[in-house]
Design a binder for this molecule. Structure first.
Ligand SMILES: O=CC(=O)O
Length: 321
């Protein structure tokens, strides 16, 4: 019996995942560097039974059509599925799995890193050194503490909770979160459900880590930044489109926020002359919150296991409903 064909959309998917798939599947691996475009992916997708999708590109009807009706399983190497047309997958009875949970700790680490980098003014500090403006004074270059701060977490899923666990070690005064319903896990973390406006009004640090969907797109807009106080720090490890970016730029330019730490932005990659890069009170990382060796290996292996289970007709470990 012939083996199922699996397309791996990026040649740098960790080898431990490739090894898991290799025995039972014929693999087609995209080898374009640094990453393939959609036409290159579509060309290789023809006739495959499953795809390990390691790409920020849109997985839509075109891709499914290019693959053909036999294609029944997609495993995306990401927690977010906002680049995947879920309706089209559903309509074509294609099973989808993502990689939640395994990346929570790495993303939470980076979120805390960005919060500290923003509140202690890392970007500005480096600029001061490189422009030979380093001086000294008891009031010079003051930042704010995460210690004893009030913190708001928007999106209290696995990542939000991992951030909250780290915040306990910083002795924060209060952890608030917003969302649709009270989370059981919040009790042990001493986190309190509040509405989004109150969270913005009362938090010294605001962490955005919710999924991007029609409800959350653009929720951090001029109004929300207006609710935040001038000494607040905004951190985004969710998706750039959660934010109306021009409103954030304005809030930072006018010092209506102390600072921002962003792992995600719009567009990605960000052009090198973008406004965000001109702001001393903004710390940026290039969408790498899950980019540690351990986590990327775990994400890839989970994708491989999901593909094997999906192709074998078993329940996948982390199906997207
Ligand atoms: O952004 C990264 C992810 O969704 O895993």
């Amino acid at each position: 019996m012939s083996k199922p064909k699996v397309l791996i959309t990026h040649c740098e998917v960790p080898s431990s995942a490739i090894d898991l798939l290799r025995t039972d599947c014929d693999l087609i691996i995209n080898d374009e560097k640094p990453y393939p475009n959609i036409d290159q992916i579509k060309a290789k997708a023809k006739g495959v039974d499953a795809i390990l999708w390691s790409s920020k590109l849109k997985l839509n009807e075109d891709v499914l059509n290019a693959a053909g009706p036999q294609m029944k399983v997609v495993a995306t190497m990401s927690a977010g599925v906002d680049n995947i047309d879920l309706n089209v997958l559903r309509k074509n009875e294609v099973k989808l799995a993502n990689t939640p949970i395994v990346l929570n700790e790495s993303v939470a680490d980076l979120a805390i890193g960005l919060a500290l980098a923003a509140c202690r003014r890392f970007t500005e500090g480096r600029e001061i050194i490189t422009s030979a403006k380093w001086t000294f004074g008891p009031q010079w270059f003051l930042g704010r503490d995460l210690f004893q701060a009030r913190v708001g977490i928007v999106g209290f899923g696995g990542i939000g909770q991992a951030i909250a666990r780290r915040l306990k070690a910083f002795d924060v005064t209060e952890i608030m979160y917003s969302g649709h319903s009270e989370k059981e896990e919040a009790v042990a973390l001493g986190a309190k459900l509040v509405d989004f406006q109150l969270l913005c009004l009362q938090s010294d640090f605001i962490f955005a880590c919710c999924p991007l969907n029609d409800e959350t797109r653009g929720m951090f807009n001029a109004k929300a930044f207006g609710w935040m106080h001038k000494s607040a720090v905004f951190v985004n490890v969710g998706r750039g489109e959660l934010v109306v970016q021009k409103d954030l730029v304005k809030a930072l330019q006018t010092n209506n926020l102390l600072g921002a730490g962003l792992d995600v932005m719009t567009p990605e990659p960000l052009p090198k002359d973008h406004e965000l890069l001109k702001l001393s009170n903004c710390v940026l990382t290039p969408h790498v919150a899950s980019a540690t060796k351990r986590t990327r290996d775990a994400m890839a292996e989970l994708c491989a296991q999901n593909i094997l289970r999906g192709l074998g007709g078993e329940e996948m470990f982390t199906p997207v409903p």
